[in-house]
Design a protein around this ligand. Structure first.
Ligand code: NAP
Length: 283
């Protein structure tokens, strides 16, 4: 298949670009396409003649989204609408990356694809709007909701990932305080890319949760990073309210890969196994 990857030099885009090499790839960075701009999207997709378009691009600095909601809407909702329309015109499949932040956390149990979204912040609202555009425009789509990404390549928007940040702070011998009341599933971009590779070989279109299996608090995640690296640290538990957050975030956003399981296609390893492989530098 001819596969367009948008955001190809991003954290997830880089792993997808490596893992989908069995396809004919068209790699698009922000220099090649501006998803806020309808003309840019329509001409790039038309010229690429894709069988499938994979969109990893987003405005996902959560605090910045709160400060500039119009820009967040233009990228995460309207940009996705233009991509969906371009796919419709090109008769291409659309695979779009969404987020656990479309949920509010009140369920307190793993969220599956049938649960009703309730985003708490601008980022979540605009990503959910993007999903609705796709569902109202296309039949041949995959919406992939994932969470807590980390991988070999840095998240461009955030300048790194949680694992790198913990190791950096530990090496600086700083006291580290991490919240133990936000529960999620950290997800390794390599595992996610392999799962996406298998999914696009099917025509089982629809909305999917794809995260590593299991869950932990950010504190437990940090604890595991230090256990596995052997770094000695002064690690303390704290509560999210102590940070006086500027943005509301779900306290519980664990994703259950229910749809993949129902298709016997859930190949996502446990989150702690993924972390071990990542830290050893092995896939
Ligand atoms: N990171 C997480 O923890 C997490 C969790 C759940 C879901 N997600 C979702 O996962 C996806 C990928 O995240 P990531 O960590 O790989 O992000 P990333 O490293 O920041 O990569 C995003 C890519 O998209 C490009 N991009 C941004 N705005 C664009 C625009 N308006 N037009 C065209 N290209 C644009 C970026 O280019 P420039 O850097 O040059 O602008 C970059 O190449 C996002 O959709 C995000 O919402 C992320």
């Amino acid at each position: 298949m001819r596969v367009v990857i948008i955001g190809s030099n991003g954290q997830l885009g880089m792993d997808l670009s490596s893992e989908l090499k069995n396809h004919e790839l068209v790699l698009a960075t922000h220099n090649d396409i501006e998803i806020k701009n309808e003309k840019s999207v329509f001409s790039f997709i038309k010229d690429s003649e894709p069988d499938i378009v994979i969109n990893t691009a987003a405005f996902h600095k959560v605090e910045e989204c709160e400060k500039t909601p119009v820009t967040a809407f233009r990228v995460n909702a309207l940009g996705v609408k233009y991509l969906a329309l371009a796919c419709l015109m090109a008769d291409a499949i659309f695979l779009h990356i969404s987020t656990d932040y479309i949920f509010g956390g009140e369920k307190g149990l793993p969220y599956n694809e049938d649960d009703i979204p309730n985003p708490l912040n601008v980022y979540g609202i605009t990503k959910l709007a993007g999903e609705y555009f796709i569902k109202s425009i296309l039949k041949k789509y995959f919406i992939v909701r994932t969470s807590g990404l980390y991988g070999k390549h840095k998240c461009r928007a955030k300048g790194g990932n949680f694992v790198d940040k913990m190791i950096y702070l530990a090496e600086k011998k700083e006291k580290i305080r991490v919240v133990d009341d936000e529960i999620l599933t950290p997800t390794y971009t390599y595992d996610l890319s392999i799962q996406i590779k298998k999914l696009i070989d099917t025509n089982f279109y629809g909305t999917y949760h794809i995260a590593n299996n299991g869950f932990c608090s950010w504190y437990e995640f940090a604890e595991n990073i230090f256990k596995l690296t052997g770094l000695e640290v002064n690690l303390e538990k704290t509560k999210s309210k102590e940070f006086a957050p500027k943005v509301k975030r779900p306290l519980y956003s664990v994703l259950e890969n229910k749809k993949l399981k129902s298709l016997n296609m859930d190949f996502m390893p446990m989150w702690d196994d993924a972390l071990k492989r990542f830290l050893k530098g092995k896939n």
